[in-house]
Design a binder for this molecule. Structure first.
Ligand code: NAD
Ligand code: TYD
Length: 353
């Protein structure tokens, strides 16, 4: 048996591939375009492992996809591939439309062709799992209840709008063509292998480099944070037990304002790698201009996933953030390569791409 993952060289995808190999004996084919966010060095431990097959390519490639699907005959396709950074989507929304909307459409079409060519048993057990975000639901006030799966879509950034569009396409391919789909909408992830342009890894890396820690606006925007390995276990659970056509919210029950996150990171670094001048890393916090259209609060109600499929996060924020800071302290080479772009040379050398 085989599954095909897209975007498996990115932050969550790479964590998922590593977990998959650790938890199952099933082959995993990994299709990734290797944009700036894709890093095969994250999967270096699988170099000689035949359970993982890497293919460089675009989810929107309508020639490559049917060939790949026919060759590997996966029982499931898990779509992680996306442009994922809100700030980049504000500076240049084009890539987000191209990959997240047009790419998902083309991928759905390739998968539909493959699925329709399968026998009845194969069709019945096949799954297309689409990995999405809580940002499609828009912004909450402090008093609002957390997002349930019934919350209407109110995306506010080019990123969240493009993800919302992709969710709608996935839904439509189920209702119109019967494609057996599942969608997960998850809150902010953190953990190992996170590209240091996102809040938590950026703060760790900047703190250690003696640089300012840029907090947008008043720092009181609230996000729900989930340790990435818990997101991976939720996806595995939904893949195996989720009801067809349903969406499942995934969250950590960890709502925190950004400034609290940054202070926690600083306190952990003060403990684990104190500054040589004895001062706290918190002295590096710098308030900067707010992000345009910045959503004030996200919060996830993950009770459906718990009630139907028995999933709960294993990590609290306190345990997860400690592991995360420790990982960055132990993996300075990974960070240095990502920052210098050196992993691209590494990929060329390693895979002769
Ligand atoms: P990421 O930016 O770290 O990784 C994305 C990966 O997709 C990269 O390896 C990139 O090379 C690849 N990719 C981009 N365009 C592609 C294309 N056209 N074809 C093939 N591969 C392509 O993102 P991430 O944080 O790992 O997020 C993975 C998924 O989870 C995304 O769909 C994102 O919307 C969703 N999500 C992320 C979070 C979060 O907090 N990071 C939360 C909820 C949902
Ligand atoms: P981010 O990690 O970009 O995720 P998202 O925008 O998808 O939630 O940002 C998390 C929060 O941190 C968000 O409210 C924006 C804020 N933020 C900062 O305050 N400073 C920064 O340098 C970054 C990257 C984010």
């Amino acid at each position: 048996m085989t599954v095909l993952i897209t975007g498996g060289a990115g932050f969550i995808g790479a964590n998922f591939v590593l977990d998959w190999v650790a938890h199952t004996a099933e082959k995993i084919v990994n299709l990734d375009k290797l944009t700036y966010a894709g890093n095969l060095e994250s999967l270096a431990s699988l170099n000689n492992n035949p359970q993982h097959v890497f293919v460089q390519g675009d989810i929107g490639d309508s020639e490559l996809l049917p060939k790949l699907l026919a060759e590997h005959q996966p029982r499931a396709v898990l779509n992680f591939a996306a442009e994922s950074h809100v700030d980049r989507s504000i500076h240049g929304p084009g890539d987000f439309i191209e990959t997240n909307i047009v790419g998902t459409f083309r991928l759905l079409e390739s998968v539909r062709g493959y699925w329709q060519s399968m026998g009845a048993d194969g069709q019945r057990s096949f799954r297309f799992l689409h990995v999405s975000t809580d940002e499609v639901y828009g912004s909450l006030t402090p008093q609002d209840p957390a997002f349930t799966e019934q919350h209407q879509y109110e995306p506010n950034s080019p990123y969240s709008a493009s993800k919302a569009a992709s969710d709608h396409l996935v839904r439509a391919w189920h209702h119109t063509y019967g494609l057996p789909v599942l969608t997960t909408n998850c809150s902010n992830n953190y953990g190992p292998l996170h590209f240091p342009e996102k809040l938590i890894p950026l703060m760790i890396v900047n703190a250690l480099a003696g640089k300012p820690l840029p907090v947008y606006g008043d720092g009181m925007q609230v996000r729900d944070w989930l340790y990435v390995k818990d997101h991976c276990s939720a996806i595995r659970r939904v893949l195996e037990g989720g009801r067809l056509g349903e969406t499942y919210n995934v969250g950590g029950w960890n709502e925190k304002p950004n400034i609290e996150i940054v202070n926690t990171v600083c306190a952990l670094l003060d403990e684990l790698r104190p500054r040589s001048d004895g001062q706290s890393y918190a002295t590096q916090i710098t308030y900067v201009k707010d992000r345009p259209g910045h959503d004030r609060r996200y919060a996830i109600d993950a009770r459906k996933l718990e009630k139907e499929l028995g999933w709960k996060p294993a990590e609290t924020f306190e345990t997860g953030i400690r592991k995360t800071v420790a990982w960055y302290l132990d993996n300075t080479e990974w960070v240095a390569h990502v920052q210098s772009g050196a992993y691209r040379d590494w990929v060329t050398k390693q895979y002769k791409a």
